[in-house]
Design a binder for this molecule. Structure first.
Ligand code: SF4
Length: 193
């Protein structure tokens, strides 16, 4: 069995956080090891937890249609995107509202193995929890405005497209005016769109 398929099976079988969450974990990830774009966000929403399909929610619609300018078919093509997260399971709700942060143990257990298994050209890092894993201590507002490299490969950092992030969007119009067109062009160039 191919090493990446085996790794994905191991991750999907992981129940490390069952007690921490108080619900049955459902690790969500997809993609082939030769996918040119590795897409790393923070953690599945409750809707993604229930359906098992990443970004199968309002945030995903914004990300694909408005930000990347690609079809659902392209985003979910496992030969094009390897889609994973810093925390692969829905972590539950905070009593004060919003979802809990993904447990750090998940990235410690799995993300390094995925990074080693995928032969991508480009990383798209989406949201604070994911960007903190790669760039600890660097504010998101700084990360989203510059080009980066991870493991010697090109990387872009984006804010999370959640509708709850509306203040961040209002406060950083330059991301939409200057950075997003560039990110979209790189995605389209790499995928030959
Ligand atoms: S969040 Fe990660 S470590 Fe925790 S159960 Fe899911 S896959 Fe395992």
């Amino acid at each position: 069995m191919d090493a990446c398929v085996k790794l994905k099976e191991e991750i999907r079988a992981c129940r490390e956080c069952r007690e921490r969450f108080g619900h049955e974990p459902n690790p969500v990830l997809r993609g082939k090891p030769h996918a040119p774009i590795m897409h790393i966000s923070q953690a599945p929403s409750i809707h993604v937890h229930r359906t098992g399909l990443p970004f199968n929610d309002k945030s995903g619609h914004t990300l694909r249609k408005e930000w990347y300018g690609i079809s659902d078919e392209t985003f979910y093509d496992e030969n094009k995107f390897y889609i994973t997260t810093a925390g692969k399971c829905y972590p539950g709700k905070n009593p004060s509202g919003g979802d809990k942060k993904p447990p750090k143990i998940c990235a410690d257990l799995w993300l390094g193995k995925e990074l080693a298994a995928v032969e991508n050209e480009l990383y798209l890092i989406v949201g604070k929890a994911a960007s903190e894993h790669f760039f600890p201590g660097v504010p998101l507002k700084e990360l989203i405005m510059k080009d980066w490299t991870i493991r010697g490969k090109e990387a872009f950092v984006l804010p999370h497209p959640s509708p709850l992030n509306v203040k961040m969007f209002k406060d950083h119009p330059a991301f939409f005016d200057d950075r997003l067109p560039l990110i979209r062009k790189r995605i389209h160039d790499i995928l030959g769109l």
